[in-house]
Design a protein. Structure first.
Lengths: 142, 143
């Protein structure tokens, strides 16, 4: 078995299993840095009290990617798709708890070897236990 | 900021005001820091080439965020972006414009909320669609 296929076997056992919840506190400069990175000059987010809807993508993502890369021998992931449902805006001072889960995994032989198409779901709750957003994203590891 | 857009102002077939973004490698580095996506294909040209790409590529999620901005700019301060979906179909490269466009495909009232559904896409300078998707927004009503 190649390194890539054994890693995919390992990943398969994680499908449908929720990862440990992690908490993130939303700071003013996180919101402002995000808006600057997008180049989004909408006055709504300039003072860092309310976050643009896509800000949710930044919450817990670094840790998630690190965990994912530790589980796989892939040295690259490409984003395949992003779906975001927003129920309420994320605000300065919110504590967001995020839970990730791989919901689907497919593999294919590509030009550069084994590729894995991984769909992962994430849900985000604030400190009042209200769901603020849900995301489903597909990434391609190779 | 432009004046507030209302549900009554919008008709099926209307164009969403296009948004042109010109991502630079500097912007990719800022995005990497802002979301914590440090995949080297977005800042290391040699690494990107070793993975079969012709150079450093724009993060898919950054294109997704551009499409988010396309919508939040269009719906104004009192509009709400409820859903944003996009699939990344091709690569965008720093130094090349990413033009975000969309159109109204449906409008409806449900539970007294005024929904507008749009299709969206991002084009590279050749006019090829590198991402496409849809959005559902809620607009204020004059009624």
């Amino acid at each position: 078995m190649t390194e890539a296929s054994s890693a995919i076997e390992k990943l398969k056992s994680k499908v449908g299993v929720e990862w440990e919840p992690r908490e993130y506190e939303v700071g003013r400069e996180m919101i402002r840095l995000f808006a600057r990175a997008v180049g989004d000059s909408n006055p709504l987010w300039q003072d860092g009290t309310i976050a643009p809807p896509t800000f949710i993508l930044s919450i817990g993502f670094e840790q998630f990617v690190e965990d994912l890369m530790n589980l796989t021998p892939f040295n690259t992931v490409l984003m395949g798709s992003t779906d975001i449902e927003c129920y309420q805006p994320v605000r300065l001072g919110d504590t967001i708890t995020v839970v990730f889960k791989i919901s689907n995994l497919r593999e294919r032989q590509g030009e550069m070897g084994k590729m894995a198409f991984m769909t992962f779901d994430s849900s985000y709750k604030n400190q009042k236990q209200e769901t603020v957003a849900k995301c489903r994203q597909m990434v391609i590891g190779y | 900021m432009s004046k507030q857009r209302y549900y009554q102002d919008v008709a099926v077939g209307d164009e969403v005001t296009p948004l042109v973004k010109e991502p630079t490698t500097r912007q990719l580095v800022m995005w990497a820091g802002a979301v914590g996506d440090y995949m080297p294909i977005h800042y290391d040209k040699d690494f990107a080439r070793s993975r079969g790409l012709s150079g450093v590529i724009v993060h898919g999620q950054l294109v997704g965020a551009f499409l988010g901005q396309l919508m939040t700019d269009w719906i104004g301060e009192r509009g709400t972006l409820r859903k944003l979906s996009c699939s990344y179909k091709g690569m965008n490269y720093p130094g090349e414009a990413v033009t975000c466009k969309g159109g109204v495909v449906k409008k409806y009232v449900e539970n007294e909320q005024h929904f507008v559904e749009c299709n969206l896409w991002a084009e590279n300078p050749k006019g090829e669609r590198t991402a496409s998707g849809m959005a559902i927004v809620i607009l204020p009503s004059r009624g």
